[in-house]
Every structure is written in C-alpha cells, then in structure tokens.
Design a protein. Structure first.
Length: 106
C-alpha cells in the first residue's frame, strides 16, 4: 500500500508542472491571438499587446518544461541512458608523487 501512495505522489509531481506548462502555453497563445485579432480590426488604430500575460505564460511554460525535462534527464542519468558527456564526472586517480630518487623503487 505504501508503494501505491509513493507512485501517486510521483505522478502528481509530474502532472502539476505539466498543467502549469500547458496553462502557460495557453496564456501565450491567447496574448498573440488577441493581438493579431486587434490588427485585423479596422476600427482600432493602436492595437495593444498583453505583455504581462505573455511574460507570465512564458515563465509558467519554461518552468513546467524545465522541471519535467530535468526530471527525465536525471532519471536517465541514474539508469545510464545518457551519452558519456552527460554522465557525472568521476575524480581522477591521484598522480604518483615524484620523490627524491626520481620515482624509481629501490
């Protein structure tokens, strides 16, 4: 039963940013469509663009996509599904120290 609740919480952690990204996309789309609708209206001389709505939608969209993308990236990194350049860096082994005898063993 505990596994069911943990999986439900994990799904909710992905659904909420997904919904935020979808809502942000809709805000950006509505701002653009409203502006182009005002451009098509002959009676309006100065159409206005809803910058605040567009910017808030952009922030929501980027936050949602970034969260989901980061979650997928770190999950794939954990399971070694990513290219070697994205794997965590391993520390180099220590170099042998140069002693007074030139590094040879006596």
């Amino acid at each position: 039963m505990r596994l069911v609740f943990s999986r439900l919480i994990a799904i909710l952690l992905l659904v909420v940013p997904g919904l935020a990204a979808a809502y942000g996309f809709l805000l950006m789309k509505d701002a653009l469509f409203e502006y182009f609708a005002q451009l098509g209206n002959v009676e309006l001389q100065n159409p206005s663009f809803e910058w605040l709505s567009f910017a808030f939608g952009f922030v929501l969209f980027m936050a949602g996509v970034g969260f989901i993308g980061g979650w997928i990236f770190f999950r794939d990194r954990k399971h070694n599904y990513v290219a070697s350049r994205f794997m965590p860096k391993r520390p180099r082994p220590p170099r042998p120290s140069n002693s007074d005898n030139g590094g040879t063993v006596e």
